[in-house]
Design a protein around this ligand. Structure first.
Ligand code: OFO
Length: 164
């Protein structure tokens, strides 16, 4: 069954958004590098790579369905933040946005009875539970840490252990 044109468009937009997510996280990594918080930077660099994988998974799916991937320019990300807490607050909000976008595509695929796309998007729905939980967990830790530099450095050391 040929892929519906609107679904193709929505997924192409989502490829762009996943690349944009990667760009946001890489920019957050650059901010943390400039603050000498190498563990936070490590976590963000791995997150940026995860986003590239999300984009590629959509890319492969569009091709598998015999549709066409059309890449667009990627929006420039924000470059400055005032604290690690602000960064993770935005990362968490961003992930909630991504979830809403995935649900929106899934709703449309359900409407079209495009079961293959619904089934494909289930992987992203599960992944988003993890993405939201990971960013929220770090945000909550940062809220507890407050202005205590020692706590911040301990968390930085914990985040340096994340592996891709
Ligand atoms: Fe692709 O999940 Fe984060 O943005």
């Amino acid at each position: 069954m040929l892929m519906n044109e609107r679904i193709q468009e929505l997924i192409n937009d989502q490829i762009n958004y996943e690349m944009y997510s990667g760009y946001i996280y890489l920019s957050m990594a650059a901010y943390f590098e400039s603050e000498n918080l190498k563990g936070f930077a490590n976590w963000m660099k791995i997150q940026a790579y995860e986003e590239l994988k999300h984009a590629q998974k959509f890319f492969d799916y569009v091709n598998e369905r015999g549709a066409r991937v059309l890449l667009k320019s990627i929006q420039a990300p924000k470059t400055e933040w005032i604290s690690a807490k602000e960064v993770f607050k935005e990362a968490y909000e961003h992930e909630k946005n991504v979830t809403a976008r995935i649900y929106n595509i899934a709703d449309y695929a359900i409407e079209l009875k495009d079961h293959a796309t619904v089934s494909f998007l289930n992987w992203y729905a599960d992944e988003q539970v993890e993405e939201e939980a990971n960013t929220l967990e770090i945000l909550q830790k940062l809220e507890k840490i407050g202005d205590h530099m020692q706590g911040l450095f301990m968390l930085d050391s914990e985040l340096s252990k994340r592996e891709g």
